[in-house]
Design a protein around this ligand. Structure first.
Ligand SMILES: Cc1ncc(COP(=O)(O)O)c(C=O)c1O
Length: 404
């Protein structure tokens, strides 16, 4: 049965199942902390929930609040603005700014007790300056107690962000001149954790281990060590370290493993539930004659008498334009092909085969209706993209309803 959410306004909405979200968090926690897995004296592995980009479109504040109640250990965001939004909403857990900071963001980072990632040795000096300023005595009282904690990002072979292992000695020298800073964690990011046709991840693990050994040899304690994203959490226990950083699987989506035959085996290792459903209503139905063309530039032509449903959903809402003449929606439990060009606010679907369909019916873009499911990864395959890109495309004007 399709859930009916009652509200006034344009009939398009997203349902976010907080029950599925917290189920996924618990499933991940159990998966990376198998019974007898770490030895009695090692603490359990922590979970840093990646909630950047508005929690992959699901809504950063309600998602963080639900995950906080379910005892997520850390949160990961992209920038200080996202971190500040979490603090304003009452989130108290540590928040790591995964992509570091840009000069000028230091003050907001410190004021909100966020944990920045350091990507270049020079950034230490900027942070040290801000940290020293924040500890100055003001009105007879020290403004902030203790050093400012940060995590160091190592580039172990993705060649995107992070310090190269050869820069560690230089980093250590600069850090020794920064008394107001403390290295509290060290991490790297894996480029191809879902790809089992190359050795790239194994090579990154070797490079990261060598970087950690180099740090220790210089007397630097790396703090909390972390590297695993979703596919690595599912499939590569050797990457789990002290903490894991799930994004996609937290929202219920597995990555596309390579080779594709691996997908069923990998998905069976960790059972997650999709968190989001995305629906709109049919706002108009037209009967068209053979030869009639539908939508901008007439990119679909009726071959026979057809019923065309128009949905209150377009690419500005997140029904992406590449689904023109390619995607499908579910109406009354049946798949209806998207026809013609998806426009900004409207999309047409061929409902010729669904005789009972009426204006006001729900069209499910992602989710389940009447026993038929279309998942975000199903659509991502059709659109030739990643599930995360589709989720991030969910428009600001789409109301999100948070269900238990
Ligand atoms: C540094 C970092 N860690 C973890 C993640 C989560 O990745 P995924 O969604 O594949 O779990 C991301 C997302 O891009 C990231 O940038």
């Amino acid at each position: 049965m399709t859930r009916t959410v009652k509200f006034e306004g344009r009939p398009i909405w997203a349902e976010v199942s907080l029950g599925s979200l917290t189920h996924n968090l618990r499933a991940i926690r159990r998966h990376v902390n198998p019974a007898g897995g770490r030895g009695a004296r090692r603490p359990r592995r922590k979970i840093l929930a990646v909630i950047k980009s508005n929690a992959y479109g699901h809504g950063i504040v309600p998602v963080a609040q639900a995950l906080s109640r379910a005892r997520a250990d850390w949160f990961g965001v992209t920038c200080s603005a996202e971190g500040a939004e979490l603090r304003e909403s009452g989130i108290r857990e540590p928040v790591l700014i995964l992509t570091g900071f840009w000069a000028g963001e230091e003050q907001r980072i410190l004021e909100n007790h966020l944990t920045p990632a350091i990507m270049r040795p020079e950034q230490l000096r900027l942070l040290e300056k801000a940290a020293a300023r924040s500890q100055k005595v003001r009105g007879g009282r020290k403004a902030r107690r203790g050093p400012v904690e940060f995590h160091l990002k190592i580039d172990s072979g993705m060649n995107r962000l992070g310090i190269h292992p050869s820069e560690i000695p230089a980093f250590a020298r600069v850090l020794a001149e920064c008394p107001h800073l403390r290295l509290a964690g060290t991490f790297t990011h894996i480029a191809s954790s879902e790809v089992f046709t190359t050795e790239q991840t194994a090579e990154q693990e070797v490079a990261f281990d060598a970087a950690l050994a180099c740090m220790r040899s210089l007397g630097l304690d790396p703090g909390i060590v972390h590297m695993a994203n979703s596919a690595a959490i599912v499939s590569r226990p050797s990457t789990w370290c002290d903490m894991v950083r799930p994004g996609a699987i937290l929202y219920g989506y597995h990555q596309f493993f390579e080779p594709p035959e691996l997908n069923p085996k990998m998905e069976a290792k960790l059972s997650v539930r999709p968190v989001l459903s995305f629906r709109a209503r049919i706002i108009s139905i037209k009967q068209v004659a053979p030869g009639a063309r539908v939508g901008y530039n007439g990119r679909w032509t009726a071959a026979s008498p057809s019923r065309v449903a128009v949905l209150a959903a377009g690419y500005a809402d997140g029904l992406v334009r590449v689904l023109s003449n390619k995607g499908r929606v579910i109406v009354r439990g049946q798949l209806a092909p998207i026809i013609g060009t998806v426009s900004m606010d409207l999309t047409a679907a061929d409902i010729t085969g669904i005789a009972s369909a009426r204006v006001g019916d729900i069209a499910t873009i992602y989710g389940t209706d009447g026993g038929t499911t279309q998942s975000v990864p199903d659509v991502a395959r059709i659109a030739n993209t990643a599930s995360a890109e589709l989720l991030c495309a969910l428009g600001k004007r789409v109301p999100r309803f948070y269900l238990p």
